[in-house]
Design a protein around this ligand. Structure first.
Ligand SMILES: Nc1ncnc2c1ncn2[C@@H]1O[C@H](COP(=O)(O)OP(=O)(O)OP(=O)(O)O)[C@@H](O)[C@H]1O
Length: 211
């Protein structure tokens, strides 16, 4: 049976997801929307993203449009529902080997010149790695994004720059996005919904309630 690739206009739905201390997580992220996820250290944010990416065994089901996670091999699911972990993975020596296509305009928007493609991965700072890992994920044309503290290693000005670039891509491509974030002003800028992990459940935080 052939599988039709879902378009980037599908919603991402967690249906009774359970992993670790988290149980019966139900969540629907519409195309082009960002739902931010916060919670204390160790509360299970990264594990939740890993379950949605099918990197850890879990209860319940995840849907991308009408496609169930359990109906696809993990690597095919992850090509569509793409996780950008807090610590990015690099498997070759040079930056260029990780990109089949990197638009100069995107590199510039993230603060790089074209010469970055010739750099060795070993010389990259943590913030450079983080920005390039985001570009790598976005340039693979996923159908949904899972972002684990994508601006954690960046100064304020670079955070704003990366954030603006990311949000523009998300709106343009229509990706549903779950974004782990702690900075309240960032969450207010990027998210339609803000969810906290509290006592093993997701609790809604009203936007604009932090003033
Ligand atoms: N494979 C695993 N099996 C069992 N427990 C795990 C596994 N991976 C992580 N944990 C535990 O699950 C809990 C949640 O971990 P997780 O990495 O999701 O936390 P987090 O909310 O992302 O924290 P932080 O904000 O510190 O990154 C932690 O107590 C961690 O030690």
């Amino acid at each position: 049976m052939s599988v039709t690739a879902p378009s980037a206009t599908d919603s991402l739905r967690l249906d009774g997801l359970g992993i670790g201390d988290l149980a019966e997580i139900n969540l629907e992220v519409d195309p082009g929307e960002v739902h931010c996820l916060s919670g204390p250290s160790g509360s299970g944010k990264s594990r939740l993203l890993r379950a949605v990416a099918d990197l850890e065994p879990h209860g319940g089901e995840v849907w991308l449009g009408s496609q169930a996670q359990s109906s696809l091999p993990g690597h095919e699911w992850r090509a569509r529902v793409m996780l950008v972990p807090a610590e990015s993975h690099w498997w070759a020596d040079s930056v260029a080997e990780h990109f089949s296509d990197a638009a100069p305009a995107d590199l510039e928007a993230l603060g790089f010149g074209l010469e970055v493609l010739g750099w060795q991965v070993s010389r990259l700072s943590s913030g450079e790695k983080q920005r390039l890992a985001l570009l790598r994920a976005v340039s693979r044309e996923p159908a949904a994004l899972l972002l684990d503290e994508p601006t954690a290693n960046l100064d304020d000005a670079t955070t704003r720059r990366v954030e603006a670039w990311l949000v523009a891509r998300i709106r343009e491509r229509g990706w549903p996005v779950i974004w782990v974030a702690h900075d309240r002003s960032q969450i207010e800028r990027v998210a339609r919904r803000h969810l906290w992990i509290h006592a093993g459940r997701l609790v809604e935080e009203e936007q604009g309630a932090w003033t």
